[in-house]
Design a protein around this ligand. Structure first.
Ligand code: BGC
Length: 522
């Protein structure tokens, strides 16, 4: 297989520094920023399957659901406003992540995180007390603005704080907190749904205030990153902060590189235009295709709509929420497997293994649903084996995603961009992700109604395509220092036609000379 080529690691720089308790606590607090994203992903599917919530805000969906015993199951939730409720958030997040990149750059990462927390808090309040549909939608938009700010600044904060040797694990720490957020939301939905009087959904939606407060308060007490302090011209203060963060006195080499990297990145006037240069073709391709493929695994069909989906395929409301809790647990545990294995087994292995696993599961689930519901969506009596097989294969599918495309969809782009295009490329990555999260959320219920069980085959097709893509076009990036990364393209059977011998030479041009800080200067 010529895709990777014999790559010799080269000698990356080694900055002194430890994983100090200070940096660990700081990173754990910052990673909590992922909770608001995760909480929201998990909560929306749950509330949209709660009868009391539907009755209040989406009475037509509720009526359809009540009267549906003999009608088409695939279409019982198909409602544009219901979909808008879930997906509006991602459009808002897409827009605000673009604004956030300016705030983050000019005023520091902390301020963006703070805005993220406050906006999310406001959205949670509005949703928890909602009396009319407009309050729900405005609340969702505020939550989305909050998520845009947090998702833009938190991963960046983590990369800058983390000692470079632990960057991979800490990066996946963000994804881990997303999955924990999803799980907490699923568990809460399960219990709140049982509250008599049918107002449990208010607690589910209002509960978003808790992760919002954590990140708001967290952002106030967290220190600023040395990079961000340098960017704002306060060099002495930055040097002190770096010593504290790394737990050693000898930080001169890293400090000088940070200053140089900051100056070099200031000289790049048109990062967006830069991105279009031929030598960045592999980076641009990855910045667009990786988030696109991540969303076309179909994962958010499960994450947003698991209870709705389980309901559709024959589970009661309670059993549906319980099944969502089970998939939530699988998601968290499998993410931990990825933290353990990502630097041992490599990215490509996880991508490919996860791909095969997801593909098989999608085919089995499609076959089961197709066999029971057929084309007209009328299942008759559903046997127990059916429920067990469907939940089991959905869990195996979630595990496959959670140790491959889930964390790697964020990690791989973050480690391949050289400094001078990093900021722009990262924005492309986040926006493409939000755009397709929006699209999948927006069209899913409609697709379920029309494609029926074929919906799973639709996503299976994309999983097949993305696995071939990884196999042929994605080089292994495990254990390769960022400043050496240019070589993986040069030795690649396909990308070598875009990246010349003189591009990305360590020490030979601006980006690579400062490249040892590349990930630290987004
Ligand atoms: C994705 C989300 C997804 C989540 C599931 C993240 O990496 O970006 O869209 O819902 O993983 O755990």
């Amino acid at each position: 297989m010529p895709a990777v080529g014999g790559f010799d690691k080269g000698n990356g720089k080694e900055y002194p520094g430890n994983l100090t308790p200070y940096v660990l606590v700081t990173c754990i607090v910052a990673a909590m920023g992922g909770l608001i994203f995760g909480y929201d992903i998990g909560i929306s599917g749950g509330v949209t399957s709660m009868p009391s919530f539907l009755k209040k805000f989406f009475p037509s969906v509720y009526r359809k659901q009540q009267a549906n015993e003999s009608t088409n199951q695939y279409c019982q939730y198909d409602s544009e406003t219901l979909t808008m409720f879930t997906s509006s958030l991602y459009l808002a997040a897409l827009l605000s992540s673009l604004v956030a990149s300016r705030v983050t750059r000019q005023f520091g990462r902390k301020l963006s995180m703070f805005f993220g927390g406050i906006l999310f808090l406001a959205g949670a309040l509005l949703n928890g007390f909602a009396q009319a549909i407009w309050m729900l939608i405005v609340g969702r938009l505020l939550l989305g603005f909050g998520i845009g700010f947090a998702n833009q600044s938190v991963p960046l904060y983590l990369s800058e704080m983390a000692p470079y040797r632990f960057r991979g694990a800490l990066n996946i720490g963000f994804q881990l907190s997303i999955t924990v957020g999803i799980l907490i939301a699923n568990v809460l939905n399960y219990f709140f749904n049982k509250i008599h009087g049918g107002w449990g959904w208010r607690l589910s939606l209002g509960g978003a205030m808790v992760p919002a407060l954590i990140i708001t308060v967290g952002s106030m007490i967290l220190p600023d990153t040395p990079n961000s302090i340098i960017e704002r011209g306060r060099h002495e203060e930055a040097r002190e902060e770096l010593r504290k963060v790394r737990g050693v006195n000898d930080v001169e080499e890293e400090f000088n590189d940070l200053v140089a990297a900051s100056e070099a990145s200031r000289q790049v006037e048109h990062p967006w235009k830069n991105l279009l240069q031929k030598k960045y073709r592999p980076h641009l391709t990855m910045a667009v295709l990786i988030p696109f493929f991540q969303q076309f695994t179909g994962i958010n069909v499960i994450m947003f709509y698991a209870p709705v989906l389980f309901n559709t395929i024959g589970f009661g409301s309670d059993a549906s929420l319980m099944s969502a809790v089970i998939t939530g647990i699988v998601n968290v545990v499998a993410t931990m497997v990825s933290i353990y294995g990502v630097d041992k087994w490599g990215r490509r292995f996880l991508f490919l293994e996860g791909g095969v696993q997801m593909l098989i599961c999608q085919a089995v689930v499609a076959a089961c649903i197709g066999a029971k519901f057929g084309i007209d969506g009328n299942p008759g009596e559903l046997p127990k084996w059916y429920a067990i097989v469907v939940v089991l294969f959905i869990c195996i599918y979630v595990a496959g995603f959670a140790w491959s495309w889930g964390p790697l969809g964020w990690l791989v782009p973050s480690e391949i961009f050289p400094l001078e295009i990093r900021s722009a490329a990262q924005s492309v990555n986040v926006s493409v992700n939000m755009l397709f999260t929006f699209l999948v959320a927006q069209v899913f219920l409609n697709m379920l109604c029309h494609l029926k069980f074929g919906l799973f085959l639709f996503f299976a097709f994309f999983v097949l395509v993305m696995s071939f893509f990884v196999y042929f076009f994605l080089p292994e990036t495990k254990g390769i220092p960022i400043e050496e990364m240019g070589r993986v393209w040069k030795t690649h059977w396909f990308w070598s036609r875009y990246v010349g011998e003189d591009d990305f030479v360590p020490g030979g041009n601006v980006e690579m000379h400062k490249g040892s800080n590349a990930t630290k200067n987004v």
